[in-house]
Design a protein around this ligand. Sequence first.
Ligand SMILES: NC(=O)c1ccc[n+]([C@@H]2O[C@H](COP(=O)([O-])OP(=O)(O)OC[C@H]3O[C@@H](n4cnc5c(N)ncnc54)[C@H](OP(=O)(O)O)[C@@H]3O)[C@@H](O)[C@H]2O)c1
Length: 285
Amino acid sequence: MTLHPKSPKVAVITGASGGFGLITALELARAGFRVIATMRNLKKRLALDEAVALENLAAAIEVRHLDVTAFDTHTPFFDSVVGEFGSLDVLVNNAGFSMAGFAEDVSLAELREQFETNFFGAVSLSKAALPQMRLQGSGHVIQVSSVTGRYANACVSSYSASKFALEGWSEALRLEMNPLGIRIVLVEPGAFATDIWEKNVRVGQAAFNVHSPNKERSLRFRDYVRDQVAKRDPREVARLIAALAQDPYPNLRYLVGQDAKTFRILDSLVPWKIWERMVEKRIGL
Ligand SMILES: NC(=O)c1ccc[n+]([C@@H]2O[C@H](COP(=O)([O-])OP(=O)(O)OC[C@H]3O[C@@H](n4cnc5c(N)ncnc54)[C@H](OP(=O)(O)O)[C@@H]3O)[C@@H](O)[C@H]2O)c1
């Protein structure tokens, strides 16, 4: 890889076809970054294209194909970004999905799929981006984790596990990269209104099977998520990511959303045995 420092700074984001990814791409562009907004299915680019046109941001945003699970493509992808745009200043590992379902009802294959995207995808892209950031002596890798990557919850064991793994890996990477001027940051949103909750949610195939011992509990959990989990405006997360991308000394972890912050307070105040009874009651376990 080569180094041709020039402004504006270059930010790559994954999963920009919708949700946090799309609005963060816009937010970064508004903040002055040259944004490479990536998605695994370019047929889904219309929403981003329309938003870009509406705000007159076409000069700041390039759309590129990138599947975070196509690991072999990651290094060539960054080579082409650096060749074309001159540097690589920010990587936002945003792409992800949630595999819901009681742990007993999620197969090993489904759990592995969850890890391929949420954990190995982010790991592979981070590793592929680091050589250029090392060369520059600077760069930000912003991992979109989750409050569930700090505090696990029932019915999302696979998702929680993938985000816990991302948190542990990133925490260690942060210690390794800090002396080189490369900042690793974890963003931990609570519940925000994106397609992750319904349209894009995956559910373990056995969850609603008549033979599942958890079928009734799964239905109650589905209704609880639909009716009782308040989902906030996702622009709060996009604004935070854009601010962190410009912060020369960001912290390691950022909980975002009142619900996520409440988890931290409860975790410090409420003994675990009381907490688990509260969860059982709230979700109807
Ligand atoms: N919304 C929340 O409440 C919440 C809370 C905590 C953390 N998060 C995290 O925030 C991130 C973004 O989620 P979101 O809420 O914005 O959900 P979303 O609206 O469902 O968007 C997810 C994005 O990830 C993309 N994606 C999934 N698998 C991919 C792959 N293999 N390669 C490339 N892109 C892929 C999707 O692409 P397609 O359109 O092709 O499916 C989509 O663009 C995720 O990491 C999620 O875990 C969300």
